[in-house]
Design a protein around this ligand. Sequence first.
Ligand SMILES: N[C@@H](CCC(=O)N[C@@H](CS)C(=O)NCC(=O)O)C(=O)O
Length: 206
Amino acid sequence: MATPSSKKTLMTLYSSEDCVYAHRVRFVLEEKAMEYQTIEVDLAQKPDELAELNAYNQVPTLLDRDLAIHESVLIMEYLDERFPHPPLIPVDPISRAKVRMGLLRFDQDWFAPLFQPGYSPEQNKAAKEQVRSTMAGLSAIFTQQRFLFGDELSILDCAIAPLLWRFPVLGISLPAAAKATQEYMDRLFQMESFKRCLTPTEKAMR
Ligand SMILES: N[C@@H](CCC(=O)N[C@@H](CS)C(=O)NCC(=O)O)C(=O)O
């Protein structure tokens, strides 16, 4: 008897070896144990279809059947809604608002001056110092909780982990007193999903 075809359409991620934003999405896809295919984009020679899928012609861009979605934070949120296990965003409105403010802060204050064009060396240096001192200051919190928003991994950890992974490349180092922050970072880096999401270029960063 003929059986209906069970062939499923895999999600496709347009990614790039060294893209800190694509790294976020790869981490979430692995954490959700999703099957997906990656199209490795050479940013100097982007494929024509990327501009058709994403008006900003950037990675990461995720294609899920008829939906093409871009912006790392929006993709992470979409994945969490579409594949709720394990949950990465809290359910109550106050916690959700706090998490979203944290994501905005990461992108505006840290990721933009460190990874986007158009920022001066002074702004870059100031952002590095702010990252270093904020992460060191969070050490007291990490003696009480395992992750940024409590004891479970959240979208905040997924958003910041690619920046923390790049500390050696960025020349950021934590003071010895920030032991609990270092342990938090190690906790993230030792997750199987995190290890799986690394590209060869990222693996070589540490
Ligand atoms: N805000 C975007 C930033 C994405 C971004 O800057 N992607 C870079 C690579 S890391 C890119 O595609 N650059 C090529 C270009 O802008 O032409 C996000 O969070 O996804």
